[in-house]
Design a protein around this ligand. Sequence first.
Ligand code: AMP
Ligand code: GLY
Length: 428
Amino acid sequence: MKYLVVGGGGREHAITAALARERETHLAAVMATKNPGIASIADVLLLARETAVERVVGFAVDQKVDLVLIGPEAPLEAGLVDALAGAGIPAFGPTRGAARIETDKAYARGLMARHGIAGCPDYQGFSDAEEAVRYIRDHPGDLAVKPVGLTGGKGVRVMGEQVDREGACAYARELGGPIVVEERLVGEEFTLQAFVDGTHLVPMPLVQDHKRAFEGDRGPNTGGMGSYSMADHGLPFVERADYDAALAIMDAVVQAMAAEGTPFIGVLYGQFMNTAAGPMVIEFNARFGDPEAMNVLTLLSSDLGAIAWRCVDGTLGASAVSFRPEATVCKYLVPEGYPDAPGPSAPIDPGAPRAARLYYANVEECDGRLWTQRSRTLAFVGTGPTLEEAEAVAEAAAAGVTGPVRYRRDIGTRSLLEQRCAHMRSIR
Ligand code: AMP
Ligand code: GLY
């Protein structure tokens, strides 16, 4: 079987590594800059922008690829799945229309409203910044302000967190273009990802990501500094009823999309805030999370390629998907100064090989050394029977890296988990 993986980050390294676990797999990869981890596994590489749709389709045709797996959102928005279909090549990922569940926040909220789907916060879409400002001024309570389109998780300002009411107005003016303003959600965040074949969903273990740059959830939002999952595939601050409600919301979204003629195929990612009243949707993504993909794909014990085929064929069932009952902790190393002012490219030494799994991200290999770039550099995933053991494995590996990079020591620690649980108890 010949697969093409699109994308060059830690998530795509995890996807490629999962595919490579099966025998007789031929792997091609497309990425903008050469990811040393993917390059060491793939049989053939194309260095090109993932959004260069014609080049990617041409490469897939030339390589006689059977199935394409797409990591990032940008090529989905650029219509890569549609163009591949035009060339007769199936893809594990949504069409441009279906990817709007991520790429167009107003569409996502509108779909939920049209179908009466639970978990949708109060929101308003504005095409004009001054209208948004009037709404923010007149509206009681805290609000979140975000652009309608893709922002890599960095485009949100929340009142009571990063800004006050005047700051929210100023941010709306700064954004100018189409804006979503919604009620501020208070609680604990979690990620639920599911494989989807158009109508059936098979969920993956719950993961908690850490968006803020610094320990103790301080500093600016990032693409995600690391994440953890528990051996029972749940999270201690997400009760059974919360989990069931979140999965029911995702199922309702998939059924609504099918009913509207834009069926979703690929990974549906639900970012939830577990509030006093249960899970509310922060956003959906139309792909694996990064870093969350590294947690779940490290545990996946079934064949990712076979799952992707079932999604494309519409024959997905729970029996096709299993994950090892272990905890995972993922820690990303990032350039000093990331995300606002990452330092210049510099060499790093990942240290001696350790028990953790290493996934490469935005790092270049040159003259036998690894050089940082502007975004997240590399990630270590520790696994173990308990969170403590998984964290110790990831921490030891991350601490062994030398060079101008940093990471969050607190991710996956017992004390952070206890704070999350205490916060949840305090609001319920
Ligand atoms: P997004 O770009 O929608 O993924 O948002 C990035 C981060 O901003 C989320 O992970 C939350 O931490 C925060 N956020 C987004 N929307 C809200 C909201 N309505 N209330 C509170 N926090 C939010
Ligand atoms: N970890 C957040 C994302 O992938 O969007």
